[in-house]
Design a protein around this ligand. Structure first.
Ligand code: H2U
Length: 354
């Protein structure tokens, strides 16, 4: 019997994170007795006087939001990272290392309405979100080494408020994930004299097995090494270090592809698709003085859902103790996402299927 990656167990290497994922497609054939249900759609008011993210409302700490009409950025009232604070003592004990951590946290509302999500916003409204992200990366990147822009969508991902928003945590240090990506992309660049993710995108565009959507400047794909069932990456086709380096046409194309990809995500289980997403690009702060040409800007989407709007994948057991594992192959996930309609299920005339 010859090896078929769609049928037979194997390990795949993730060159960005320098780790492996176990792929077990033969398990897709096991009987599934769990029931598939669609939760009731939440009825979210467009403006709720009690919602601290709505325009014109007073937040619990007494601060008043302006009557914003587009995006709105404010410093998180409950920040995990503070700009100032006592600094821990240095220690040379290898078992009890400790280091200084400083930073700031912000909240960015995408739109004045609470009952809208990114996929249902207009491309020009999404473009404003893109511009704001770039602006934030410049502003906070002057002082901080890492500016993590991320969106938690859905209660299942710990999102505390239905109002469309993301968070920004900027830190004086390079956190674990970007730190590994910094090292792996630098090592690849010094070995192959080309940015890893540029080579990767070019090869994916040739292979076409995992590409879901593309436009002139962007590619949306399921990475070869994806861990979450419908994990994806969004990458520019040309070399871009940071969000602020995106040209006008790259920003327009980004807004266009984001809307299309998020519609597909929502259409997968006909639910507002939960995920954690975020941007990774070249580090900032003092890294502006270093050569970061090994970096390529990209967004990652990590959705937890596996089989339906309510059946999620848990990263427990073997994943926690040994190695991440998946049943559905990345190629199967890409085909599934690709085949989904381009029109949002809520905008379709026919009632959504049960
Ligand atoms: P999440 O929904 O992803 O948890 O983000 C909402 C953030 O908004 C959260 O970090 C902040 C919370 O601290 N927030 C405020 O800063 N002020 C408020 O009045 C409510 C929520």
């Amino acid at each position: 019997m010859s090896f078929d990656p769609q049928d037979h167990q194997h390990l795949r290497y993730n060159p960005l994170r320098d780790d492996w994922v176990l792929v077990c497609p033969h398990r897709m054939k096991r009987p599934w007795a769990g029931h598939v249900e669609k939760p009731e759609e939440e009825d979210i008011p467009r403006h709720d006087l009690k919602n601290p993210l709505c325009p014109g409302n007073t937040r619990p700490n007494g601060k008043v939001n302006p009557d914003y009409e587009s995006t709105y950025l404010f410093t998180n009232d409950f920040p995990a990272l503070l700009e100032e604070g006592p600094v821990p003592d240095e220690s040379d004990d290898p078992l009890f290392r400790c280091s200084e951590a400083k930073g700031t946290c912000q909240v960015m509302c995408f739109h004045p309405w609470s009952d809208i999500t990114l996929p249902r916003m207009s491309v020009s409204d999404i473009r404003e979100v893109v511009d704001k992200w770039a602006e934030i990366n410049v502003d906070l990147g002057k002082k901080y080494s890492w500016v993590q822009i991320f969106e938690n969508r859905g209660a299942i991902m710990g999102c505390s408020n239905p109002h469309p928003h993301c968070q920004v945590w900027a830190s004086s240090f390079l956190p674990n994930e970007p730190s590994v990506k910094h090292r792996t992309q630098r090592d690849y660049f010094s070995k192959y004299k080309s940015p890893m993710l540029i080579d990767y995108v070019n090869k994916e565009l040739q292979k076409k097995e995992r590409v879901i959507l593309e436009n002139e400047h962007w590619v949306w794909l399921v990475p070869y090494w994806a861990v979450w069932p419908y994990e994806t990456m969004l990458l520019p086709k040309s070399h871009v270090l940071r969000l602020e380096d995106l040209t006008e046409s790259q920003r327009n194309d980004l807004a266009d592809i984001m809307k299309r990809l998020l519609i597909k995500y929502d259409n997968l289980f006909e639910v507002s698709f939960p995920y954690s997403m975020g941007w990774h690009g070249a580090p900032t702060g003092s890294y502006h003085h270093e050569d970061c040409s090994h970096w390529q800007l990209h967004a990652v989407y990590y959705p937890p859902l596996l089989r339906s709007a309510t059946v999620r994948k848990f990263m427990v057991g073997y994943e926690m103790l040994a190695t991440s594992q998946r049943d559905l192959t990345p190629e199967m996930a890409a085909i599934k996402l690709k085949e989904l309609p381009d029109m949002h299920y809520k905008d379709r005339k026919d009632p959504p299927s049960q």
